[in-house]
Design a protein around this ligand. Structure first.
Ligand code: UFG
Length: 344
């Protein structure tokens, strides 16, 4: 049987595709390449170019492959973009998840793993690690769009022979330890990506969004989780569903938070480079502190994170950024050579 990975050319999806292949699974990737890259898909995966909302294509993918589980990563993830373009987010994250769930159920596929987010929690009354049972009060359309998808999956699981695990990701960062893939998105807005770009002189510095939060140093606190631990949680979710596990929504994080300033200091220390840090106003839609209580995933999915180490996260992110820079130089050389040949 094969696993369908939507968004498998993107950041987390490409790590998932590699991890599934490492685990001996057959992998089918569906991606429209809006932010992902064809080269990020492992060569051993079967690739379909297209949109997860295209029902004809989904029917074709399900007919041409023996798929027993869908892992749905495709989606839009930039919080400020969701504030500016809410309807795009409801379309891409909510409506298309509905279509994919419908096609999955119609094809008789019973297992579904969904990329949800800590953004469903918004600001919480205190700063203790958040449990799945905490009030759900997203502060932005991104969080709302994912929460609505969770609700649809829950109701579909009650009505049909269909079970799902939704993993609420905290702040995913770092790159594959074997250097096969990483965060390659052009114009990514994630703090660690931005900071490693600054350390490698790919940008002029880093703006801190807000210094007046009710946190010890005034900057936002997040629970940064290594992408390899996150994809491991998905593998566990897949075995859980195949064993007959019930519908489940679980947090994925380490249970410890770092402030923006602490992250920037770590990037400077690990890279040995310093860069400009500019103190600015808060970014719309941001919560002050978002830290996971992931006891449920540890207990029910038997998930044990192995890379709970901010320095390691930063090291792998730096290594991948260097790889991207070399890749760009390589592409440029190839272009120069082609131009030179064309001239003669
Ligand atoms: N930040 C800065 N400067 C930057 C970028 C970020 O100060 O240039 C700050 C943010 O204000 C926030 C922290 O760094 O306090 C982390 O910001 P990110 O943009 O890296 O991540 P978010 O916490 O906004 O969002 C991420 C994912 C979402 C996910 C969420 C869960 O992008 O998909 O974590 O908390 F939902």
């Amino acid at each position: 049987m094969a696993v369908l990975v939507t968004g498998g050319a993107g950041y987390i999806g490409s790590h998932m595709a590699w991890a599934l292949l490492d685990a001996g699974e057959e992998v089918v990737v569906l991606d429209r390449l809006s932010t992902g890259f064809r080269w990020a898909v492992p060569p051993a995966a079967r690739f379909y170019l297209g949109d997860v909302g295209n029902m004809d294509l989904l029917a074709q993918v399900f007919a041409e492959n023996r798929i027993d589980a869908v892992m749905h990563f495709a989606g839009s993830i930039v919080v400020p973009q969701s504030v500016a373009h809410p309807l795009e987010y409801y379309d891409n994250n909510t409506s298309k998840t509905r279509l994919l769930a419908e096609a999955t159920i119609a094809a008789g596929i019973k297992h579904f793993v969904f990329s949800s987010t800590a953004a469903v929690y918004g600001d919480q009354p205190d700063d203790t690690p958040v449990l799945e049972s905490a009030p759900l009060q997203p502060k932005n359309p991104y969080g709302q769009s994912k929460l609505m998808a969770e609700i649809m999956l829950r109701d579909a699981a009650s009505a049909h022979d269909f079970r799902f695990v939704a993993l609420r990701y905290f702040n995913v960062a770092g790159a594959d330890l074997q250097g096969r893939t990483g965060l390659s998105t052009v114009g990514a807005t994630h703090l660690i990506k931005i900071a490693v770009e600054a350390a490698l002189a790919q940008r002029s510095g880093v703006d801190i969004f807000g210094t007046d939060y009710p946190t010890p140093d005034g900057t936002g606190i997040r629970d940064y989780i290594h992408v390899s631990d996150l994809v491991e949680a998905h593998l566990r979710a897949l075995s859980y569903l195949r064993r007959g596990g019930e519908a489940l929504i679980a947090n994925c994080g380490y249970g410890r938070g770092y402030s923006v300033l602490e992250v920037l200091q770590t990037v400077m220390r690990v890279s040995g480079e310093s860069f400009d840090v500019r103190y600015g106003p808060r970014r719309p839609g941001d919560a002050a502190s978002v830290v996971a209580n992931a006891t449920l995933a540890r207990r029910l999915l038997d998930w044990t994170p192995r890379h709970d180490d901010l320095e390691l996260i930063v090291q792998t992110a730096l290594a991948w950024e260097r790889h991207l820079m070399e890749r760009k130089i390589g592409d440029l050389r190839e272009l120069q050579q082609r131009l030179a040949t064309a001239a003669f």
